[in-house]
Design a protein around this ligand. Structure first.
Ligand code: UGA
Length: 430
Protein backbone atom coordinates (compact mmCIF):
# COMPACT_ATOMS: atom_id res chain seq x y z
CA UNK A 1 0.00 0.00 0.00
CA UNK A 2 1.27 3.44 -0.95
CA UNK A 3 0.08 6.83 0.24
CA UNK A 4 -1.12 8.67 -2.84
CA UNK A 5 -2.68 12.07 -3.53
CA UNK A 6 -4.62 12.88 -6.68
CA UNK A 7 -5.06 16.51 -7.72
CA UNK A 8 -8.26 17.10 -9.68
CA UNK A 9 -11.48 15.07 -9.54
CA UNK A 10 -12.62 15.38 -13.15
CA UNK A 11 -13.09 12.25 -15.22
CA UNK A 12 -9.46 11.22 -15.16
CA UNK A 13 -8.65 12.19 -11.56
CA UNK A 14 -11.74 10.63 -10.04
CA UNK A 15 -11.40 7.34 -11.90
CA UNK A 16 -7.66 7.22 -11.18
CA UNK A 17 -8.22 7.84 -7.47
CA UNK A 18 -10.98 5.26 -7.21
CA UNK A 19 -9.05 2.63 -9.16
CA UNK A 20 -5.85 3.11 -7.13
CA UNK A 21 -7.86 2.79 -3.90
CA UNK A 22 -9.57 -0.33 -5.25
CA UNK A 23 -6.21 -2.08 -5.79
CA UNK A 24 -5.22 -1.36 -2.21
CA UNK A 25 -3.60 2.08 -2.00
CA UNK A 26 -4.49 4.85 0.44
CA UNK A 27 -5.74 7.69 -1.73
CA UNK A 28 -6.73 11.29 -1.03
CA UNK A 29 -8.24 13.28 -3.89
CA UNK A 30 -8.02 17.06 -3.86
CA UNK A 31 -10.34 19.44 -5.63
CA UNK A 32 -10.84 23.18 -5.20
CA UNK A 33 -14.61 22.88 -5.69
CA UNK A 34 -16.11 22.64 -2.18
CA UNK A 35 -19.56 21.51 -3.28
CA UNK A 36 -18.13 18.78 -5.44
CA UNK A 37 -15.93 17.52 -2.58
CA UNK A 38 -18.94 17.50 -0.23
CA UNK A 39 -20.84 15.32 -2.70
CA UNK A 40 -17.87 13.06 -3.32
CA UNK A 41 -17.45 12.42 0.41
CA UNK A 42 -21.03 11.09 0.36
CA UNK A 43 -20.14 8.86 -2.62
CA UNK A 44 -22.19 10.97 -5.03
CA UNK A 45 -20.49 11.17 -8.40
CA UNK A 46 -20.49 14.52 -10.21
CA UNK A 47 -20.41 12.66 -13.54
CA UNK A 48 -22.61 10.01 -15.08
CA UNK A 49 -20.38 6.97 -15.45
CA UNK A 50 -21.68 3.40 -15.23
CA UNK A 51 -20.36 1.52 -12.18
CA UNK A 52 -18.43 4.44 -10.71
CA UNK A 53 -20.54 5.24 -7.65
CA UNK A 54 -20.67 1.65 -6.40
CA UNK A 55 -16.90 1.24 -6.36
CA UNK A 56 -16.38 4.74 -4.98
CA UNK A 57 -18.78 3.97 -2.10
CA UNK A 58 -17.05 0.71 -1.24
CA UNK A 59 -13.61 2.29 -1.07
CA UNK A 60 -14.83 5.22 1.03
CA UNK A 61 -16.36 2.72 3.46
CA UNK A 62 -13.11 0.74 3.50
CA UNK A 63 -11.30 3.97 4.50
CA UNK A 64 -9.05 3.82 1.44
CA UNK A 65 -10.53 6.76 -0.47
CA UNK A 66 -10.75 10.32 0.84
CA UNK A 67 -11.66 13.71 -0.57
CA UNK A 68 -10.54 17.17 0.50
CA UNK A 69 -10.28 20.75 -0.71
CA UNK A 70 -7.07 21.29 1.25
CA UNK A 71 -3.64 20.48 -0.09
CA UNK A 72 -2.15 20.29 3.40
CA UNK A 73 -4.48 17.37 4.20
CA UNK A 74 -3.29 15.36 1.19
CA UNK A 75 0.24 16.28 0.15
CA UNK A 76 2.33 15.97 3.34
CA UNK A 77 3.43 12.35 3.62
CA UNK A 78 2.22 11.34 0.15
CA UNK A 79 4.82 9.34 -1.76
CA UNK A 80 3.20 9.93 -5.12
CA UNK A 81 1.00 12.78 -6.31
CA UNK A 82 -1.02 12.28 -9.47
CA UNK A 83 -1.88 15.45 -11.37
CA UNK A 84 -5.16 15.07 -13.25
CA UNK A 85 -6.38 18.60 -13.84
CA UNK A 86 -7.80 19.86 -17.11
CA UNK A 87 -5.73 21.19 -20.01
CA UNK A 88 -8.49 23.01 -21.90
CA UNK A 89 -8.05 24.44 -25.35
CA UNK A 90 -6.80 28.02 -25.65
CA UNK A 91 -8.36 30.18 -28.35
CA UNK A 92 -5.44 29.39 -30.68
CA UNK A 93 -5.82 25.62 -30.14
CA UNK A 94 -2.82 25.26 -27.81
CA UNK A 95 -3.24 23.43 -24.49
CA UNK A 96 -3.85 25.73 -21.54
CA UNK A 97 -1.42 24.72 -18.78
CA UNK A 98 -2.67 27.19 -16.17
CA UNK A 99 -4.24 24.51 -13.91
CA UNK A 100 -1.20 22.25 -14.18
CA UNK A 101 1.11 25.05 -13.04
CA UNK A 102 -1.26 25.99 -10.20
CA UNK A 103 -1.30 22.36 -9.03
CA UNK A 104 2.51 22.17 -9.26
CA UNK A 105 2.92 25.33 -7.15
CA UNK A 106 0.53 24.00 -4.50
CA UNK A 107 2.37 20.69 -4.37
CA UNK A 108 5.73 22.48 -4.00
CA UNK A 109 4.32 24.56 -1.15
CA UNK A 110 2.84 21.64 0.80
CA UNK A 111 5.28 18.77 0.28
CA UNK A 112 7.21 17.75 3.38
CA UNK A 113 9.47 15.08 1.87
CA UNK A 114 10.69 13.98 -1.55
CA UNK A 115 7.91 13.11 -3.94
CA UNK A 116 7.16 11.53 -7.32
CA UNK A 117 4.62 13.35 -9.50
CA UNK A 118 2.69 11.20 -11.97
CA UNK A 119 1.24 13.36 -14.73
CA UNK A 120 -2.12 12.02 -15.92
CA UNK A 121 -3.21 15.22 -17.66
CA UNK A 122 -2.59 15.39 -21.40
CA UNK A 123 0.30 17.83 -21.79
CA UNK A 124 2.45 18.92 -24.74
CA UNK A 125 5.81 17.24 -25.24
CA UNK A 126 8.34 18.80 -22.88
CA UNK A 127 5.82 19.98 -20.26
CA UNK A 128 6.82 17.46 -17.60
CA UNK A 129 10.43 18.64 -17.68
CA UNK A 130 9.16 22.19 -17.19
CA UNK A 131 6.92 21.09 -14.28
CA UNK A 132 9.85 19.38 -12.57
CA UNK A 133 11.87 22.61 -12.83
CA UNK A 134 8.95 24.68 -11.55
CA UNK A 135 8.42 22.49 -8.47
CA UNK A 136 12.15 22.11 -7.79
CA UNK A 137 12.57 25.88 -7.80
CA UNK A 138 9.93 26.18 -5.07
CA UNK A 139 10.84 23.42 -2.61
CA UNK A 140 13.89 22.15 -0.82
CA UNK A 141 12.83 18.50 -1.31
CA UNK A 142 13.68 16.43 -4.35
CA UNK A 143 11.01 15.78 -6.95
CA UNK A 144 10.70 13.52 -9.99
CA UNK A 145 7.99 13.95 -12.59
CA UNK A 146 6.89 11.00 -14.69
CA UNK A 147 4.40 10.91 -17.54
CA UNK A 148 1.55 8.44 -17.05
CA UNK A 149 -0.99 9.31 -19.77
CA UNK A 150 -4.59 8.18 -19.44
CA UNK A 151 -6.37 6.14 -22.10
CA UNK A 152 -9.80 5.63 -20.55
CA UNK A 153 -12.97 6.34 -22.50
CA UNK A 154 -15.95 8.12 -21.03
CA UNK A 155 -18.88 5.79 -20.60
CA UNK A 156 -16.59 2.80 -20.05
CA UNK A 157 -14.05 4.44 -17.75
CA UNK A 158 -14.26 1.85 -14.98
CA UNK A 159 -13.87 -1.03 -17.41
CA UNK A 160 -10.89 0.71 -19.04
CA UNK A 161 -9.23 1.46 -15.69
CA UNK A 162 -9.16 -2.24 -14.82
CA UNK A 163 -8.96 -3.82 -18.28
CA UNK A 164 -6.99 -1.26 -20.33
CA UNK A 165 -4.59 -2.35 -23.07
CA UNK A 166 -1.49 -0.73 -21.58
CA UNK A 167 -0.13 1.55 -18.89
CA UNK A 168 2.51 3.94 -20.22
CA UNK A 169 5.18 5.23 -17.86
CA UNK A 170 7.57 7.82 -19.23
CA UNK A 171 10.46 8.84 -17.01
CA UNK A 172 13.99 10.12 -16.94
CA UNK A 173 14.58 8.61 -13.49
CA UNK A 174 14.57 4.83 -13.18
CA UNK A 175 13.69 4.73 -9.48
CA UNK A 176 10.64 6.92 -10.02
CA UNK A 177 9.53 4.79 -12.98
CA UNK A 178 9.90 1.62 -10.91
CA UNK A 179 7.80 3.07 -8.09
CA UNK A 180 4.94 3.91 -10.47
CA UNK A 181 5.28 0.47 -12.05
CA UNK A 182 5.02 -1.20 -8.65
CA UNK A 183 1.95 0.88 -7.75
CA UNK A 184 0.22 -0.18 -10.98
CA UNK A 185 1.20 -3.88 -10.95
CA UNK A 186 -2.01 -5.10 -9.25
CA UNK A 187 -4.04 -3.94 -12.28
CA UNK A 188 -2.40 -6.76 -14.24
CA UNK A 189 -2.28 -4.55 -17.34
CA UNK A 190 0.87 -4.61 -19.56
CA UNK A 191 3.21 -1.79 -18.55
CA UNK A 192 5.24 0.04 -21.18
CA UNK A 193 8.18 2.05 -19.85
CA UNK A 194 9.76 4.71 -21.98
CA UNK A 195 11.35 8.16 -21.85
CA UNK A 196 9.41 11.23 -20.76
CA UNK A 197 8.92 12.92 -24.11
CA UNK A 198 7.92 9.73 -25.91
CA UNK A 199 5.24 9.04 -23.30
CA UNK A 200 3.84 12.53 -23.75
CA UNK A 201 3.78 11.96 -27.51
CA UNK A 202 2.15 8.49 -27.19
CA UNK A 203 -0.94 10.13 -25.72
CA UNK A 204 -1.37 12.70 -28.49
CA UNK A 205 -0.43 10.25 -31.22
CA UNK A 206 -2.94 7.67 -29.96
CA UNK A 207 -5.85 10.10 -29.90
CA UNK A 208 -4.84 11.63 -33.24
CA UNK A 209 -4.60 8.16 -34.80
CA UNK A 210 -8.05 7.13 -33.54
CA UNK A 211 -9.49 10.42 -34.80
CA UNK A 212 -7.82 9.72 -38.15
CA UNK A 213 -9.40 6.27 -38.27
CA UNK A 214 -12.83 7.84 -37.70
CA UNK A 215 -12.41 10.59 -40.31
CA UNK A 216 -11.07 8.01 -42.75
CA UNK A 217 -14.02 5.66 -42.37
CA UNK A 218 -16.40 8.62 -42.60
CA UNK A 219 -14.87 9.61 -45.94
CA UNK A 220 -15.25 6.01 -47.14
CA UNK A 221 -18.88 6.07 -45.93
CA UNK A 222 -19.58 9.21 -47.92
CA UNK A 223 -18.15 7.48 -50.98
CA UNK A 224 -20.24 4.37 -50.25
CA UNK A 225 -23.32 6.59 -50.29
CA UNK A 226 -22.45 7.78 -53.77
CA UNK A 227 -21.28 4.46 -55.18
CA UNK A 228 -23.90 2.12 -53.75
CA UNK A 229 -21.63 0.19 -51.36
CA UNK A 230 -22.53 -0.44 -47.71
CA UNK A 231 -20.12 1.01 -45.12
CA UNK A 232 -20.92 -1.64 -42.51
CA UNK A 233 -20.00 -4.43 -44.89
CA UNK A 234 -16.89 -2.49 -45.90
CA UNK A 235 -15.82 -1.86 -42.28
CA UNK A 236 -16.42 -5.53 -41.35
CA UNK A 237 -14.41 -6.67 -44.35
CA UNK A 238 -11.58 -4.26 -43.60
CA UNK A 239 -11.63 -4.99 -39.87
CA UNK A 240 -10.93 -8.69 -40.37
CA UNK A 241 -7.41 -7.67 -41.33
CA UNK A 242 -5.61 -7.69 -37.97
CA UNK A 243 -3.38 -4.87 -39.14
CA UNK A 244 -6.47 -2.67 -39.52
CA UNK A 245 -8.87 -3.94 -36.82
CA UNK A 246 -12.64 -3.36 -36.68
CA UNK A 247 -12.65 -0.93 -33.75
CA UNK A 248 -13.14 2.79 -34.44
CA UNK A 249 -14.41 2.04 -37.93
CA UNK A 250 -17.99 3.00 -37.10
CA UNK A 251 -19.04 5.65 -39.58
CA UNK A 252 -21.28 8.42 -38.36
CA UNK A 253 -21.45 12.16 -37.90
CA UNK A 254 -17.92 12.47 -36.62
CA UNK A 255 -16.14 12.47 -33.30
CA UNK A 256 -16.78 14.85 -30.41
CA UNK A 257 -16.05 14.90 -26.71
CA UNK A 258 -13.50 16.51 -24.48
CA UNK A 259 -10.50 14.70 -25.98
CA UNK A 260 -10.28 14.11 -29.73
CA UNK A 261 -11.24 17.66 -30.82
CA UNK A 262 -8.98 19.27 -28.20
CA UNK A 263 -6.02 16.91 -28.58
CA UNK A 264 -5.96 16.97 -32.39
CA UNK A 265 -5.96 20.80 -32.30
CA UNK A 266 -3.23 20.77 -29.65
CA UNK A 267 -1.06 18.39 -31.69
CA UNK A 268 -1.48 20.67 -34.71
CA UNK A 269 -0.31 23.58 -32.58
CA UNK A 270 2.60 21.54 -31.23
CA UNK A 271 3.55 20.82 -34.87
CA UNK A 272 3.22 24.51 -35.74
CA UNK A 273 5.51 25.41 -32.88
CA UNK A 274 8.34 23.47 -34.55
CA UNK A 275 7.23 24.67 -38.00
CA UNK A 276 6.05 21.22 -39.08
CA UNK A 277 3.00 21.00 -41.30
CA UNK A 278 1.05 17.94 -40.07
CA UNK A 279 -1.05 17.70 -43.23
CA UNK A 280 -2.98 14.50 -42.52
CA UNK A 281 -4.09 15.73 -39.13
CA UNK A 282 -5.23 19.07 -40.53
CA UNK A 283 -7.51 17.21 -42.92
CA UNK A 284 -8.75 14.83 -40.21
CA UNK A 285 -9.98 17.87 -38.27
CA UNK A 286 -11.56 19.49 -41.36
CA UNK A 287 -13.26 16.25 -42.44
CA UNK A 288 -14.72 15.91 -38.95
CA UNK A 289 -16.14 19.44 -38.96
CA UNK A 290 -17.81 18.73 -42.29
CA UNK A 291 -19.07 15.35 -41.09
CA UNK A 292 -20.64 16.91 -37.98
CA UNK A 293 -23.01 18.79 -40.29
CA UNK A 294 -23.75 15.95 -42.70
CA UNK A 295 -27.29 15.31 -41.42
CA UNK A 296 -28.21 18.95 -41.92
CA UNK A 297 -26.92 18.80 -45.51
CA UNK A 298 -28.84 15.56 -46.14
CA UNK A 299 -32.03 17.04 -44.68
CA UNK A 300 -31.71 20.16 -46.84
CA UNK A 301 -31.19 18.05 -49.95
CA UNK A 302 -34.27 15.91 -49.18
CA UNK A 303 -36.65 18.48 -47.67
CA UNK A 304 -35.60 21.54 -49.67
CA UNK A 305 -35.95 24.12 -46.92
CA UNK A 306 -35.73 23.60 -43.18
CA UNK A 307 -37.54 26.84 -42.42
CA UNK A 308 -40.39 26.22 -39.94
CA UNK A 309 -39.75 22.48 -40.08
CA UNK A 310 -40.10 20.75 -36.71
CA UNK A 311 -37.11 18.51 -36.06
CA UNK A 312 -36.78 16.03 -33.21
CA UNK A 313 -33.18 15.66 -32.03
CA UNK A 314 -32.58 12.31 -30.34
CA UNK A 315 -29.33 12.43 -28.37
CA UNK A 316 -27.21 15.37 -27.24
CA UNK A 317 -24.19 13.80 -25.53
CA UNK A 318 -21.08 13.18 -27.66
CA UNK A 319 -21.57 9.43 -27.26
CA UNK A 320 -23.86 7.11 -25.27
CA UNK A 321 -23.46 6.34 -21.54
CA UNK A 322 -22.23 9.80 -20.67
CA UNK A 323 -23.85 13.13 -19.84
CA UNK A 324 -20.90 14.96 -21.44
CA UNK A 325 -21.84 17.24 -24.30
CA UNK A 326 -18.45 18.93 -24.73
CA UNK A 327 -17.75 19.33 -28.48
CA UNK A 328 -20.67 17.00 -29.21
CA UNK A 329 -21.89 16.89 -32.80
CA UNK A 330 -25.30 17.96 -31.44
CA UNK A 331 -23.96 21.48 -30.89
CA UNK A 332 -23.05 22.47 -34.49
CA UNK A 333 -26.07 20.52 -35.77
CA UNK A 334 -28.50 22.45 -33.56
CA UNK A 335 -26.81 25.78 -34.29
CA UNK A 336 -27.06 25.17 -38.03
CA UNK A 337 -30.66 23.97 -37.86
CA UNK A 338 -31.66 27.11 -35.97
CA UNK A 339 -29.89 29.24 -38.59
CA UNK A 340 -31.92 27.44 -41.25
CA UNK A 341 -35.10 28.39 -39.36
CA UNK A 342 -36.00 24.94 -38.01
CA UNK A 343 -37.84 24.38 -34.72
CA UNK A 344 -36.09 21.97 -32.42
CA UNK A 345 -37.38 19.56 -29.82
CA UNK A 346 -34.55 17.63 -28.21
CA UNK A 347 -34.33 14.64 -25.93
CA UNK A 348 -31.38 12.88 -24.30
CA UNK A 349 -31.65 10.30 -21.49
CA UNK A 350 -29.03 11.96 -19.25
CA UNK A 351 -27.40 15.06 -20.73
CA UNK A 352 -30.25 17.56 -20.92
CA UNK A 353 -29.22 19.44 -17.78
CA UNK A 354 -25.69 19.87 -19.19
CA UNK A 355 -27.16 20.84 -22.56
CA UNK A 356 -29.38 23.56 -21.09
CA UNK A 357 -26.25 25.32 -19.83
CA UNK A 358 -24.72 25.78 -23.27
CA UNK A 359 -27.24 25.23 -26.06
CA UNK A 360 -29.34 28.10 -27.47
CA UNK A 361 -32.50 28.95 -25.54
CA UNK A 362 -34.86 28.36 -28.47
CA UNK A 363 -34.70 24.60 -28.00
CA UNK A 364 -37.62 22.78 -26.44
CA UNK A 365 -36.65 19.79 -24.28
CA UNK A 366 -38.90 16.74 -24.26
CA UNK A 367 -39.29 14.24 -21.41
CA UNK A 368 -38.99 11.20 -23.64
CA UNK A 369 -38.03 10.26 -27.17
CA UNK A 370 -41.70 9.74 -28.07
CA UNK A 371 -42.57 13.21 -26.75
CA UNK A 372 -39.75 14.68 -28.87
CA UNK A 373 -41.04 12.84 -31.94
CA UNK A 374 -44.65 14.03 -31.52
CA UNK A 375 -45.75 15.89 -34.67
CA UNK A 376 -42.15 16.24 -35.88
CA UNK A 377 -41.52 16.65 -39.61
CA UNK A 378 -38.21 14.83 -39.31
CA UNK A 379 -36.01 13.17 -36.68
CA UNK A 380 -32.22 13.38 -36.34
CA UNK A 381 -30.51 10.58 -34.45
CA UNK A 382 -27.37 12.17 -33.06
CA UNK A 383 -26.30 9.77 -30.28
CA UNK A 384 -26.70 5.99 -30.39
CA UNK A 385 -28.31 5.47 -26.96
CA UNK A 386 -29.75 1.96 -26.57
CA UNK A 387 -33.19 3.34 -25.76
CA UNK A 388 -33.31 4.92 -29.25
CA UNK A 389 -32.22 1.70 -30.91
CA UNK A 390 -35.13 -0.03 -29.19
CA UNK A 391 -37.74 2.26 -30.81
CA UNK A 392 -39.88 0.36 -33.29
CA UNK A 393 -40.83 1.65 -36.78
CA UNK A 394 -44.47 1.90 -35.65
CA UNK A 395 -43.49 4.18 -32.75
CA UNK A 396 -41.86 6.61 -35.18
CA UNK A 397 -44.83 6.41 -37.56
CA UNK A 398 -47.52 6.97 -34.96
CA UNK A 399 -45.70 9.85 -33.21
CA UNK A 400 -44.34 11.85 -36.13
CA UNK A 401 -46.19 14.06 -38.58
CA UNK A 402 -44.01 12.62 -41.35
CA UNK A 403 -41.84 9.59 -40.64
CA UNK A 404 -38.56 10.93 -42.02
CA UNK A 405 -35.44 9.88 -40.13
CA UNK A 406 -31.88 11.10 -40.58
CA UNK A 407 -29.79 8.64 -38.59
CA UNK A 408 -26.29 9.91 -37.83
CA UNK A 409 -25.22 6.72 -36.02
CA UNK A 410 -26.62 3.93 -38.19
CA UNK A 411 -28.87 2.63 -35.42
CA UNK A 412 -31.50 0.89 -37.54
CA UNK A 413 -31.78 -1.63 -40.31
CA UNK A 414 -32.52 0.41 -43.47
CA UNK A 415 -34.51 -2.42 -45.08
CA UNK A 416 -36.77 -2.77 -42.04
CA UNK A 417 -37.34 0.97 -41.81
CA UNK A 418 -38.15 1.33 -45.48
CA UNK A 419 -40.43 -1.72 -45.58
CA UNK A 420 -42.42 -0.08 -42.77
CA UNK A 421 -42.92 3.07 -44.82
CA UNK A 422 -40.29 5.23 -43.13
CA UNK A 423 -38.18 7.59 -45.23
CA UNK A 424 -34.87 6.59 -43.69
CA UNK A 425 -31.43 8.08 -44.40
CA UNK A 426 -28.28 6.89 -42.65
CA UNK A 427 -24.52 7.15 -43.19
CA UNK A 428 -22.87 5.18 -46.00
CA UNK A 429 -25.74 2.72 -46.39
CA UNK A 430 -27.66 3.54 -49.58
C1 UGA B 1 -11.01 9.03 -26.17
C2 UGA B 1 -10.08 7.83 -26.34
O1 UGA B 1 -10.79 6.72 -26.93
C3 UGA B 1 -9.49 7.39 -24.99
O2 UGA B 1 -8.56 6.33 -25.18
C4 UGA B 1 -8.79 8.58 -24.35
O3 UGA B 1 -8.30 8.26 -23.06
C5 UGA B 1 -9.76 9.73 -24.23
O4 UGA B 1 -10.28 10.07 -25.53
C6 UGA B 1 -9.03 10.90 -23.61
O5 UGA B 1 -8.09 11.41 -24.25
O6 UGA B 1 -9.30 11.23 -22.46
P1 UGA B 1 -13.55 9.35 -25.37
O7 UGA B 1 -13.43 10.72 -25.96
O8 UGA B 1 -14.09 9.22 -23.99
O9 UGA B 1 -12.11 8.61 -25.37
O10 UGA B 1 -14.52 8.49 -26.28
P2 UGA B 1 -14.37 7.56 -27.57
O11 UGA B 1 -15.07 6.28 -27.30
O12 UGA B 1 -12.99 7.47 -28.04
O13 UGA B 1 -15.25 8.36 -28.65
C7 UGA B 1 -14.86 9.65 -29.11
C8 UGA B 1 -15.76 10.09 -30.24
O14 UGA B 1 -15.52 9.32 -31.40
C9 UGA B 1 -17.26 9.95 -29.95
O15 UGA B 1 -17.92 11.12 -30.40
C10 UGA B 1 -17.69 8.74 -30.77
O16 UGA B 1 -19.02 8.81 -31.18
C11 UGA B 1 -16.74 8.85 -31.95
N1 UGA B 1 -16.51 7.54 -32.61
C12 UGA B 1 -15.84 6.55 -31.97
C13 UGA B 1 -16.95 7.35 -33.92
O17 UGA B 1 -17.55 8.25 -34.54
N2 UGA B 1 -16.72 6.14 -34.52
C14 UGA B 1 -16.05 5.14 -33.90
O18 UGA B 1 -15.88 4.07 -34.52
C15 UGA B 1 -15.61 5.35 -32.59
Amino acid sequence: MRKIAVVGTGYVGLVTGIALAAIGHYVTCIDVDENKVKQLKRAISPIFEPGLEEIMKKNIEDDKLHFTTEYDKAIPGAEVVYIAVGTPENKDGTANLEYIVQAAMQIAEHMTSSIVIAMKSTVPVGTNEYIKKTISANTKFSVEVISNPEFLREGSAIYDAFQGDRIVIGASDEKAANLIEEINKPFGIPIFKTDLRSAEMIKYASNAFLATKISFINEIANLCDMLGANIEEVADGMGLDKRIGRQFLNAGIGYGGSCFPKDTEALLQISNSVKYDFRILREVVEVNKKQNLLLVEKAKAILGTLNDIKIAILGLSFKPNTDDIRSAASIPIIQQLLLEGAQIVAYDPVSMEQAKKILPREIIYAKSSIEALLDADAAFIVTEWNEFKELSPSEFISAMKKAIIFDGRNCFNPVLMKSNGIQYYSIGRP
